[in-house]
Design a binder for this molecule. Structure first.
Ligand SMILES: Nc1ncnc2c1ncn2[C@@H]1O[C@H](COP(=O)(O)OP(=O)(O)OP(=O)(O)O)[C@@H](O)[C@H]1O
Length: 288
């Protein structure tokens, strides 16, 4: 399901332009949306989910125009949304919670609801814990319950906002792998500021900065933005001051610094291969 965004603008009260004339095409499959805090990602997700009206611009999701009431209603029937902080009822079990959400979404037939909830618990690998109260669930398990509720209507578009914040490494990997598996014929739009989550799951991505698109392309293309701009410097002296220090690791009584900078940050700097995070930083540098 393709998303076409044209001239999308959102001005909040007080004059903040959270989105500023955004043009973007999102194809079917898994697509990443990167941006610093305040870049406008949540605003975009909420407009796509039909929860927020844009100030100007057009959004088409498949055949529907989300800026009209009829379009929003049509899209909401085939859309799953996992917001940043989905509230769950801690005293319910995962099975009870999903059953309740299914009921709210209009699945009146008890047997059909039970079947669907069972299938979804299986998809998110929570069958064994389905009858435990959500209170005792880990952050990763709660996120998986969140995905299960977003999948209830078998949506062709799944919108996921900052899903891995606060998860431990194993939970994060498990969660992002689940998202990638769900992509296939669906569109999964993953918004995050964790570059590695996108590097490991998406082929294509967009970068937002202050409500504008600063990059749209493949993970490899963004990585290449840092070609011949990544250096290691080993020194017992002060840290390099040019560019952005990405890492600092103790080494032979001194430190080994990894630096993204347009020119060598020290005489003995060695050029190294970039990764996606370097590309993201190089993009930000080239725009500042
Ligand atoms: N309801 C609101 N009223 C006024 N300004 C808002 C509102 N919601 C967001 N903003 C502002 O709009 C801008 C974009 O915010 P948004 O939450 O969309 O960014 P984000 O990329 O999702 O950031 P984060 O990663 O921190 O969630 C920010 O400057 C924010 O302060």
């Amino acid at each position: 399901m393709r998303i076409d965004i044209t001239g999308l603008t959102k001005l909040y009260k007080g004059g903040v332009a959270a989105l500023d004339g955004l043009d973007l095409v999102v194809p079917t499959g898994m697509f990443g949306l990167l941006g610093a805090n305040g870049a406008g990602k949540t605003t975009l997700m909420r407009i796509l989910a039909g929860l927020l009206r844009p100030t100007a611009g057009r959004v088409r999701i498949g055949d529907h125009d989300v800026t009209t009431r009829a379009g929003r209603q049509a899209v909401q029937r085939t859309l799953g949304y996992l917001p940043q902080d989905l509230g769950v009822y801690p005293d319910l079990t995962a099975r009870e919670f999903l059953d309740y959400i299914a009921l709210l979404k209009g699945v009146d037939d008890t047997a059909a609801r039970r079947r669907r909830v069972g299938e979804l618990l299986e998809v998110v690998a929570l069958t064994a814990d389905a009858d435990r109260r959500l209170r005792g669930y880990s952050g990763g398990m709660r996120r998986r319950v969140g995905i299960a509720q977003a999948l209830l209507a078998d949506p062709r578009l799944l919108i996921v906002d900052e899903p891995t914040a606060g998860l431990d490494p194993e939970e994060r990997i498990r969660f992002r792998t689940l998202l990638a598996q769900l992509a296939g014929a669906r569109t999964v739009l993953l918004s995050t500021h964790i570059v590695d989550d996108i590097a490991q799951t998406c082929r294509e991505l967009a970068v937002l900065s202050r409500g504008r698109l600063t990059f749209r392309g493949t993970v490899d293309e963004l990585t290449r933005q840092a070609e011949r701009r990544v250096w290691t410097v080993v020194t017992a002296g002060p840290a390099p001051t040019a560019g952005t220090v990405v890492s600092a690791v103790p080494h032979d009584g001194g430190m080994r610094y990894r630096v993204v900078a347009p020119t060598p940050p020290a005489v003995a700097a060695e050029s190294v291969e970039p990764n996606l995070e370097d590309g993201y930083l190089a993009l930000a540098q080239s725009r500042s």
